[in-house]
Write a protein that binds this ligand. Structure first.
Ligand code: AGP
Length: 613
């Protein structure tokens, strides 16, 4: 996904746009650019690579930054076309008078490109975006109205997009338009903003307008008009921003990721205070508006991507035990294209931190069309996915800026945990004694999480010893396999070290061939009937000279000399243990990546939410 910003007001436009883009860097960071409409002249400045490169370019162009009062900006995560200056946004019309920035994907860009080229339009980039600028320009030359040109052109586009558009001959306005990609209007004091997301404008505006799909906004310095693409005016509420400016501050931490890791105990406390009033009280839905017909549900599918898919696997383990119902999990990108059994007797649960992941949104939309009941878990209740159902469980983890999901994952696990208990109460599938025991272990979680995170110095020391290995194997059994999967992903995505997770019992069926002194094994031991098997699997790894690290309960009696490194965490029930065990693995990935000098909050090739399929 990419980040858009637009500004019209009396502040210095270039620095205002740069500041907004800085707070949108988590959405993509392979190139950036701004366009100013100044003295009836459109000036475009673009740079490949980090936003710093654009900042440095603008410092050499200060004379051209002049006295403009209106501009748009963009920070890119490349979809069509490499990360080059030519492909960076903004994109200009051939006469240099019309300029736009875009987030999303234009699916029919090739046929439109061919058609426009045949009409004489010259393309300078490989992007799908440039198709839009020439299409709008073609329409502008017919209507000489930017608003009309945008409305005519957008009707010809297929896909997901949000645009900010300016025209040299209409220097008093920016046109913003949205279809399946987020876009908000920030209302200021004699100034207005347009942005892809709240962090770009937090602390700068008194309220925001959430544009809906197929809506267009004509944004001037002292007014905002919203219309449907049909041209019909729309009255939109101006909403308060629910987040504090702290969300865009590291609050003294070296990286947002470390800040967000350390926010987890309090996020758990808030979640449990809202939903688990006491062990002998029913689970509370609190602010969640959920109306499901549980009696109709014959099968459950949880659809997600990446880290959120690991949360789905966690729920599968717990819910099949508690609800005695089959729980199917599927990567959204697979679910969309394969024959699936979703029908009116299905409950399909979509988990998405951002609520903007294209694969998950497409899967949820497909399930809705098949008559399934929907339930959505997201950290952003203002996101696109919430269009598909009123049944939403907000994660309430606060905006997660670091690309690597940490606090949102723990919030997903806690939400899936309490909702599973709520469901068990609705169908009486657990006894009162069982319910109370499970709630008790959940209520102890925040303090245990704090205890685990207090040993971060030990994890940092371990990371220093492990950071130069190039490959890792993570292994576990049962519900703890979700922790191995997530731990391996965390390490991969921020340190670029290859790490793969396996069911420990599967190692001897092939992957054990990988093991030698250069392949550390991270074992998540847990407790219960599989512990002895896990210890055997550890011995098998040790017998191949693999450096052996384990995360284990301090309550278990273990053969200590078997392990090269042992991360002990408080003992906990089998449903709570993987939530706790994930915390040192988050820290380990963080300290290894930081020790290697990686861009921890903005790892290469990634973006916070993948808004293209
Ligand atoms: C997790 O650290 C990654 N950033 C990524 O796997 C992410 O979980 C995935 O893209 C799904 O994102 P979502 O939860 O916003 O849908």
């Amino acid at each position: 996904m990419c980040g858009l910003i637009g500004y019209i007001g009396n502040n210095a436009v270039a620095s205002t746009l740069l500041s907004g883009l800085k707070n949108l860097e988590y959405r993509g960071y392979d190139s950036a650019g701004i366009a100013l409409n100044d003295n009836n002249m459109i000036d475009v400045f673009k740079a490949k690579g980090k936003l710093e490169n654009l900042k440095n370019l603008l410092e050499t162009q200060s004379a051209k930054l002049g006295s403009s009062h209106i501009g748009i900006g963009h920070i890119r995560w490349a979809t069509h076309g490499k990360a080059t200056t030519e492909n960076a946004h903004p994109h200009l019309s051939n006469d240099g008078k019309l300029v736009l920035v875009h987030n999303g994907i234009i699916e029919n860009y090739q046929e439109l490109r061919r058609q426009l080229q045949a009409e004489g339009f010259v393309f300078h980039s490989e992007t799908d975006t440039e198709t839009a600028v020439h299409l709008i320009d073609r329409e502008y030359k017919k209507s000489h109205s930017l608003e009309q040109a945008v409305i005519s052109a957008v009707k010809l586009l297929r896909g997901a997009f949000a645009f900010c558009i300016m025209h040299q001959d209409e220097p008093d306005k920016i046109i913003a338009v949205r279809k399946n990609a987020p876009l908000i209007i920030g209302i200021g004091n004699n100034e207005n903003y347009i942005a892809s997301d709240i962090p770009a404008i937090i602390g700068k505006v008194s309220g925001i307008i959430h544009l809906a799909d197929n809506e267009l906004a004509i944004v001037r310095q002292d007014s905002v008009e919203v219309k449907k693409l049909s041209g019909e005016p729309v009255i939109k509420p101006i909403e308060k921003i629910e987040f504090s400016p702290d969300v865009i501050s590291k609050l003294g931490y070296k990286h947002f990721m470390l800040k967000e890791i350390n926010e987890q105990p309090n996020i758990l406390r808030q979640c449990l205070a809202a939903h688990i009033p006491a062990v002998d009280q029913p689970v509370s839905l609190d602010e969640c508006t959920i109306s499901l017909d549980f009696t109709k549900i014959k099968n459950i599918s949880i659809i997600a991507c990446g880290t959120s898919l690991h949360a789905a696997a966690f729920a599968q383990n717990l819910w099949e035990e508690w609800l005695h119902l089959p729980v199917h999990i599927e990567a959204a990108s697979e679910y969309i294209y394969k024959h699936n059994l979703t029908d009116e007797n299905s409950l399909v649960i979509g988990i998405s931190q951002s609520g903007e992941t294209a694969d998950t949104i497409t899967a949820v939309k497909q399930a809705q069309e098949k008559g399934a009941q929907l339930l959505l878990l997201t950290n952003r209740t203002d996101s696109s996915i919430t269009r598909y159902s009123e049944n939403v469980i907000p994660l309430n983890a606060g905006i997660e800026v670091s690309v690597a999901a940490t606090k949102s994952y723990t919030a997903q696990l806690a939400a899936l945990y309490w909702f599973g208990l709520y469901w068990a109460e609705q169908i009486s599938s657990l006894s009162q004694g069982q319910l109370q025991a499970i709630k008790q272990s959940l209520l102890e979680l925040p303090a245990l999480a704090e205890e685990v995170l207090s040993h971060s110095a030990d994890i940092k020391a371990l990371a220093d010893k492990l950071k130069n290995y190039h490959n890792f194997v993570y292994m576990a059994r049962g519900i703890n396999l979700t922790c191995a999967l997530e731990g391996a992903l965390k390490l991969k995505e921020i340190s670029y070290i290859n790490a793969n997770a396996y069911a420990a019992g599967e190692l001897k069926h092939g992957p054990i061939a990988l093991l030698d002194e250069n392949m550390p094994v991270m074992a998540i031991l847990g407790s219960g009937i599989t512990l002895s098997k896990m210890i055997s699997n550890c011995a098998e790894a040790k017998a191949r000279n693999a450096p052996l690290i384990a995360v284990a309960s301090e309550k278990e009696d273990l053969p200590l000399d078997l392990f090269d490194y042992l991360i002990k965490i408080p003992g906990a029930s089998h449903g709570i243990f993987p939530i706790l065990a994930n915390l040192p693995l988050q820290l380990l990935a963080y300290y290894i990546a930081d020790g290697l000098g990686r861009e921890v909050d903005q790892p290469r090739n990634l973006a916070k939410s993948v808004t293209v399929e």
